[in-house]
Design a protein around this ligand. Structure first.
Ligand code: ADP
Ligand code: MG
Length: 806
């Protein structure tokens, strides 16, 4: 085995040569320059030296020269393996100094080995070669050598310059790159002290100059200590190899302001894989966070407004598939918006395969213009005003629609109610006007009947006929009363009353009225709350409803009257439009009669609506009931189906007045007689004037007549006896009864008065009369009523302050 010494300053070249030589079975020694080469050669005495030409400290030529001068080394073959810089100058010099060969770098390994093998063989052939006898002159050598070195240096300088400018270029590019990055790149050492940071990002994001923070702990970039700690732990625990670890942190600017940032942290390693610290990349995310927040808020706002709209709002595609629907819309169907999205509008609202009739959706999709319409929803029993607007895409084509639907059921109902109320009002006015004249006539008829009665023998044959006349006139009076009641021109007297008592007292009369085929059932709840009402009117309501019930049960049945306490809450009231929350007494009048179909139910409260044959029904019964209940601030619920009977439920508010529960008025059969008192009767209607004065005369009074207020005042101011009582109509030609009252009492303050009127439309006067408790007689009146009120009035003095001074 041959030992070869490789003298070479370039590490890579040395390694290459070693591989090549060892491959061919040589032992390889290495030296990094001439000096070391000389040392190894002296020590090891190799079989061959392969040397580079130019090396630090001692180059190949000098090494060769020294070896040739050393008798121990001079015979070792010497081979140059080097690049050339000066043509064949090097080779010549080498050979002249006694080198075996000069191989120009780079050389193919096999070729190189061939040359080397040849040199080794030469040795074997020639044995130990003598040292060359003649060495080139020192001067000559130096001259040649300096040329080579100069050339080499020149070459090296050029190389270096090229490398330098390349390096500069690279560094500039890197620098530019570093500076262009907007994220802040912080290079830290292993103690996490700041080494390097890119400007201007550092200035823009953190507000620092690098010099201010270089060498300081990176903690100053963090707003919260625990973030800094957490990142530190991450670095230790994760030992991120290549991939960075990213997380959200709060950072602090130089001015103290904190902001949100995303931090990616990498471990920094040198070429040997050794950790040299870390690189942190900070990205300011405050703006994007703010945008996100803003967006989220805008979205939430939109969502909130959308759901706050009480109308139904939905957005649909061209196939009417719901894309969005607000809460109100979903609530109408008793669902949540999520349950409706994706389904077709008409399917979920109506369960039908086609758009609803009246829905203008087709028109809108066809024309691209908004349209509206009214839809009646059978299942919900509601009417909707629907407005549909197209949603256009960028090409102006309809991509969907926005639908707004408003529940107008109540509005429609109110409009209908208003029309009804107006109709009632008109009829009321008409009825009120007729009633005035009618009452006067009836008063005269009844008065004369009483007078005639007085003059007839008890067994006179005409008596029966007269009684018939009287009962007919009384019926006419009741009819007029109904008309007035219904037109609400009749003042009502509200007192606290016990409904049970009212019903109970009417029981006897009702039983007689409904006949034997109908059973009367009273179910009166024992501790019924008092209501605040007018007993006469409530009686009328019970009467009218019972009469209707009777008429509905011609074959017999059961009439039930029930009273009970009910307390209504908001929930109940939502289901029933007219209801209010609070305490009520409910009066139910139930029959097992014919019942009513929907078409009839809709009209029964209208005045003059009747299904009964001519002469049997007036159509006023329920109109009166309606009016009375309304006036009592109550309402009526009706349940009726053909063949199943009818149930009227009347809700009356519980009485709040402190007045006592009303006692039933005692019906007096005969009126008390007078004791010669003088009564001045003031009445413009001659028939009434006459019958009244005559009646009074027959019952122990002295009556005087006056047909106007002026005439009455003349009587009062005249010579004769001052009357004990003035009975005056209110509506008179010229000055009214009220004016007469004031003037007369101005002259005679304690003068008793009795006012009467058949035209109870004394809206203006009624409160005035009532507050003064002036005795009042309603026309038409019976003799008994007249006599009773005269007695009351005679005892009445009243308040003197109301009189007008004369
Ligand atoms: P009238 O009794 O004079 O016809 P109403 O106003 O009292 O007038 O009643 C109006 C209509 O309502 C009646 O004609 C009848 O068709 C219907 N009606 C009222 N009450 C009942 C009832 N209990 N059962 C069946 N139908 C009724
Ligand atoms: Mg009736």
């Amino acid at each position: 085995m041959k030992t070869v010494l490789v003298v070479e300053d370039n590490h890579d070249d040395r390694a290459l040569l070693r591989v090549n030589l060892e491959h061919h079975g040589c032992r390889v020694l290495e030296a990094r320059d001439g000096l070391e080469g000389l040392e190894v050669a002296s020590r090891e005495l190799p079989d061959l030296v392969v040397s580079d030409a130019l090396m630090p400290r001692l180059d190949g030529f000098q090494l060769l020269q020294r070896m040739k001068r050393d008798p121990r080394l001079c015979s070792i073959p010497f081979l140059f393996y080097s690049a050339v810089y000066t043509g064949d100058n090097e080779e010549q010099l080498a050979l002249s100094l006694g080198a075996e060969a000069f191989v120009t770098k780079p050389c193919d390994p096999e070729q190189f080995w061939e040359i080397l093998k040849r040199s080794l063989e030469t040795i074997r052939e020639n044995g130990d070669r003598p040292c060359p006898a003649t060495l080139p002159q020192q001067e000559q050598f130096l001259e040649r050598y300096s040329t080579i070195v100069a050339a080499k240096l020149e070459e090296k300088v050029r190389e270096l310059e090229g490398a330098k400018s390349e390096l500069e270029d690279k560094s500039r590019r890197l620098d530019n790159l570093f500076r262009s990055i907007r994220d802040v790149i912080v290079v830290g050492d292993q103690e996490r002290r700041i080494q390097e940071v890119n400007q201007p990002a550092l200035r823009t994001v953190f507000g620092y100059e690098l010099d201010e923070i270089r060498g300081q702990s990176a903690e100053l970039l963090y707003a919260e200590h625990q973030d800094f700690e957490a990142v530190g732990k991450l670095l230790q625990a994760e030992r991120p190899e290549e991939s960075g670890v990213c997380r959200q942190v709060r950072c602090r600017r130089k001015d103290g302001e904190s902001f949100a940032a995303e931090l990616c942290i990498f471990e920094l390693r040198d070429e040997h894989g050794k950790s040299r610290g870390n690189i942190g990349i900070f990205r300011d995310t405050s703006e994007s966070c703010r945008m996100e927040e803003k967006l989220a808020r805008a979205e939430a706002d939109w969502e909130e407004s959308f759901d706050a709209i009480t109308d139904i709002v939905s957005i649909m595609d061209r196939d009417l598939r719901i894309l969005r629907i607000n809460r109100a819309g979903a609530r109408t169907l008793g669902r949540t918006p999520e349950e409706l999205v994706g389904h077709r509008c008409h399917e979920v609202f109506r369960g039908i395969g086609q758009p609803c009739g009246g829905c203008p959706v087709r028109t809108v999709i066809g024309s691209g213009k908004s349209a509206g319409g009214e839809i009646y929803h059978q299942n919900l029993g509601k009417s909707f005003q629907v407005n549909i607007s197209p949603l256009l895409d960028e090409k102006g084509e309809v991509r969907g629609i926005a639908q707004f639907a408003r529940d107008i059921s109540e509005q429609k109902q109110l409009a209908a109610q208003l029309a009804q109320a107006q109709k009632m009002e008109a009829i009321g006015t008409l009825a009120g006007g007729v009633a005035h004249d009618f009452n006067n006539l009836l008063t005269a008829i009844l008065g004369y009947l009483d007078l005639a009665d007085l003059q007839l023998e008890p067994d006179h044959p005409v008596r029966d006929e007269l009684r018939q006349v009287q009962s007919a006139a009384q019926r006419a009076g009741r009819l007029i009363r109904q008309l007035l009641l219904f037109s609400r021109k009749q003042p009502m007297e509200f007192i606290r009353l016990d409904l049970n008592r009212e019903v109970d007292e009417m029981g006897k009369m009702l039983r007689r009225m409904i006949g034997e085929d109908i059973a009367l059932n009273l179910e009166l709840s024992p501790d019924c709350w008092p209501v605040f009402g007018d007993p006469g009117n409530i009686g009328q309501v019970i009467m009218n409803l019972s009469v209707n019930a009777r008429d509905a049960m011609p074959e017999g049945g059961i009439l039930t009257l029930r009273t009970e306490n009910v307390e209504l809450d908001e929930h109940y009231c939502q289901l029933n439009r007219e209801a209010r929350p609070g305490r009520f007494v409910r009066l139910t009048i139930n029959d097992t009669g014919s019942g009513m179909a929907e078409e009839i139910r809709q009209h029964i409260f209208e005045p003059f609506f009747t299904t009964k044959e001519r002469g049997k029904g007036t159509g006023l019964g329920l109109a009166v009931v309606y009016g009375v209940v309304k006036e009592h601030k109550g309402w009526i619920n009706l349940y009726s189906e053909p063949g199943l009977g009818t149930s009227f439920k009347i809700y009356l508010p519980v009485g709040t007045s402190t007045g006592e529960i009303a006692a039933a008025p005692a019906a007096s059969v005969r009126g008390p007689r007078g004791n010669g008192e003088t009564i001045l009767v003031v009445e413009d209607e001659p028939a009434i004037l006459q019958v009244t004065t005559e009646t009074l005369g027959r019952h122990g009074y002295q009556a005087r007549a006056a047909s106007s207020a002026e005439e009455a005042l003349a009587v009062l101011g005249g010579e004769g006896k001052i009357p004990d009582l003035v009975l005056s109509d209110i509506v008179l030609p010229g000055a009214s009864g009220i004016e007469l009252f004031k003037k007369a009492r101005g002259q005679r303050p304690a003068l008793p008065f009795l006012l009467m009127s058949g035209y109870a439309n004394e809206k203006v006067h009624w409160p005035w009369i009532q507050t003064r408790k002036i005795p009042f007689l309603e026309k038409p009146f019976t003799t008994a009523q007249l006599l009773k009120m005269v007695q009351v009035a005679l005892a009445w003095k009243g308040d003197e302050g109301d009189a007008e001074p004369s």
